[in-house]
Ligand binder design. Sequence first.
Ligand code: IVH
Length: 688
Amino acid sequence: MQEDNRSLHDGPAARIDELCRELDRHNRLYHELDAPEISDEAYDALFRELVRLEESHPELKRPDSPTLRVGGKTLPYLETRPHRERMYGLDNVFSAGEWDAFAQRAERGLAGTGAAAGGWWADPKLDGLACELTYEDGILTQALTRGDGEVGEVVTEAMRTIRNVPLRLKGTLLPELLEVRGEVLMFRREFEELNRQQASAGQKTFANPRNAAAGSLRQLDPRITARRRLRFLAYSLGAAGSSRPLPWKTHGDVLAALSAMGFETPPLGTLCASPQEARDYFARIEARRDSLPFEIDGVVYKVSSLEAQQALGFTARAPRFAVAWKFTSRKAETRLRAISVQVGRTGVLTPVAELEPVSLGGVMVSRATLHNEDEIRRLDLRPGDAVIIQRAGDVIPDVVGPVLEKRPAGLPPFTFPRRCPACGSEARRMPGESAWRCLNLSCPAVTMRSITHFVSKAGLDVEGIGTKWIGILIASGRVKSPADLFTLAKDDLMGFERMGETSAANFIDALAEARRSATLQRFIAALGIRMVGEQTARTLAAHFRDMDELAAASQEELLALPDIGGEVAGSIRAFFETGSNRELLARLKSLGLWPVSQKPEEASALPLQGVRILFTGTLSRPRDEYRKLAEEAGAQVMSGVSKKLDFLVAGDAPGSKLEKARALGIRILDEDGFRALLTAGPGSPAER
Ligand code: IVH
């Protein structure tokens, strides 16, 4: 190219300048404007030319050269250095009330100082990794992670590879020293792409974009950082040193200046004139939370006036002029103390995370299921790890994954036990299954679980027979299966310590009552057939007269029923094909526990057949009693409010379920309405 030669004649310095300018321009066209003007090959050729020139003239290498963006030398470890000015954290608030209190405290703090807040600057709280960039005479000279706020890790090389980090600030009259603080993020799309790549390369995946961002930045080899698409969003300043007074009066001014210097700043930021406006802003951002291209975990509010910020100052931990209003947490971080292994009623060994107790959305959580061995391996979870847990919906919390950057050195991986932790016999993992199982048919833990389930609310719902007594009876050898319970006599029981005559009589009565009133649905559910829960038990009870009929049903017959798929049908067949199960059924039958269902046509004549109902608040009678009434009328009693719900029966102090049901347009009844429903069916009973 003609031009190349001409500038080369002017000397390598001019050509280096020109290449830097051109490469920067193409970078911007490509990354910011998404409108490249040259091919990747042409770009690479320019880039290689610059690398060669810089190699032969190292003294001419510019401090903002685009070659710095590919990542320099591999580091032996991450060095640490103190921040010039401490990087404070933020105090959190979790509700409108707490926010108001914070805002009022700040206003009071300003009284008499002569400074006015000037409103609140609000922007999303970015869920990434806080960092500080140091610019000397406009050139990026150092980058530190927040670390503990006093001392951070040096990540200068890695930070230079982030495309939207200016290597040289734009503009004139720049302060000689300027420290810019912000958050390093990985956008959702890049995060998903990275995890796909990692998975297909057989490498570890990241639990969330924040971990991915932190893991990608804190690399000893900055070339790895260069390949990860990170972004830096600037939201405040650290130290600034200038011979001229700094011209900025408000936080909005600072952001505008940052953006003029070439930084990207958090989107959706705005000035709220009053705490009330700030509340509205929170609601708007929370509503948009999931549609943003990156993860946020709340809103940050800062007193707008810099003079007022200074007047308010800091507590030991955090500024008095800024606060984070966090979304009610669906995620939390804690430590994995241990992984224990529980034996389920089918002999499956289920790993359970034993956690340091942590509050998650207002509830203390100390355990979470880990599902199976593969899940532990997939997450690469190790006892001792810092872990992120989350609750999706209202269910049991899940472990999202370890926080790898907090993993203590030398933490050994978890090995799944090869023996049943309850009875010590061999455990085995069947081909094609993810579960390890205890092979001992009379494993006491399996017996314990299956009997407990049999009498539990999910099963026959026998009152007053708790795990303690089941444990004692099993340990004595007197009870080995659910059927044995029904052979117990009062005298058997009175032989045990702390079992008086009345307790023994109650115990026997409760069993007799359960035997008398058991419905086929509850009986099926009580047996604990794999994959047959309450819903499937209801379907089966509606179609078969008794267990003999069900036992005789073919796979095809089962598949023809609503909501029964191949796996469930297979599991039902397998249950009846197992000798010990047939023996158990025969014994139960001989003991008189053999419920017979109404014929299907009778069943559908139940007043509340197919109706979904939920009770909430304080009712005039025990909730269980209402539940039984509803179930006997054919209704399904739900545990949470969802669109599927037909009726919510609300007692006193009904709380959030009532609000949610109202919002979903679900019909709401009081107790009288419910009684009317029982007799008349779901016509149009009185609604609240
Ligand atoms: S301003 C003195 N704005 O959240 C105020 N911080 O949990 C300085 N963060 O350490 C911070 N998004 O690193 C500010 N829009 C935002 C933010 C934000 C995320 C970080 C910040 C802070 C942490 C506190």
